[in-house]
Write a protein that binds this ligand. Structure first.
Ligand code: URA
Ligand code: SF4
Length: 197
């Protein structure tokens, strides 16, 4: 498992499949525990991530780390990745071509780790993975699609510009790990939305 994930990581590091390779400093492969119950999926690397080749290490990453800490979870226990693995110039939203080209890597990460649940962070990930929009309406909800569970929440970066959202993120992440506890105990969890593709 770890070997396969290392291979994906290497492929991401060397990837030139979309235009974003031309402007990146470093690709940013997913990072974390390959035995994690959950994969967190953000949008795309920002400036800090591009500089160091690691996901969620800037201001947004700090918010995510704090939310995990408050839920009693260490970052080392989970797996964190993005929809696209290279930084779009000026942090623009990755376009549909970039997203669909890069999605092969996310699919591989998911099929290797086989998480109990995927935590979708913000609108870009929500739209790319589940075709959704209006994250504020769907956050906190559990979606099942093709036998895979998803938990929807806001992007941690949203809490930087809106302090009121800090509690929202923290509460959602706490709820997520309560849910994971139930899943590990094989208890029934309430699905908010059933989706088929
Ligand atoms: N924002 C993201 O969506 N991903 C990162 O890795 C950093 C900031
Ligand atoms: Fe390859 Fe994804 Fe980077 Fe594009 S964003 S070059 S598809 S790793």
């Amino acid at each position: 498992m770890m070997k396969k994930l290392e291979q994906v990581k290497q492929n991401v590091i060397e990837c030139t499949k979309c235009e974003l390779y031309k402007t990146r400093t470093n690709s940013v492969p997913g990072k974390g525990n390959f035995k994690s119950d959950v994969i967190f999926v953000g949008e795309a690397p920002g400036r800090n991530e591009d500089k160091h080749g690691e996901p969620f290490i800037g201001a947004a990453g700090k918010r995510l780390s704090l939310a995990l800490e408050m839920a009693g979870v260490s970052r080392d226990d989970v797996y964190i990745t993005n929809i696209v693995k290279c930084r779009p110039p000026n942090n623009r939203v990755p376009n549909t071509d970039e997203r669909s080209t890069c999605q092969e890597y996310l699919k591989e990460e998911i099929s290797i780790i086989k998480p109990k649940i995927i935590c979708v962070l913000g609108n870009t990930a929500f739209n790319s993975i589940l075709g959704g929009s209006e994250i504020t309406k769907f956050r906190g909800k559990i979606i099942r699609k093709n036998n895979q569970l998803y938990f929807i929440t806001i992007h941690p970066a949203a809490t930087i510009y809106n302090q009121k959202l800090i509690d929202v993120l923290n509460e959602d992440i706490a709820k997520l790990f309560e849910l994971i506890k139930e899943l590990k105990n094989n208890n029934e969890v309430l699905i908010d939305i059933e989706q088929s593709s």
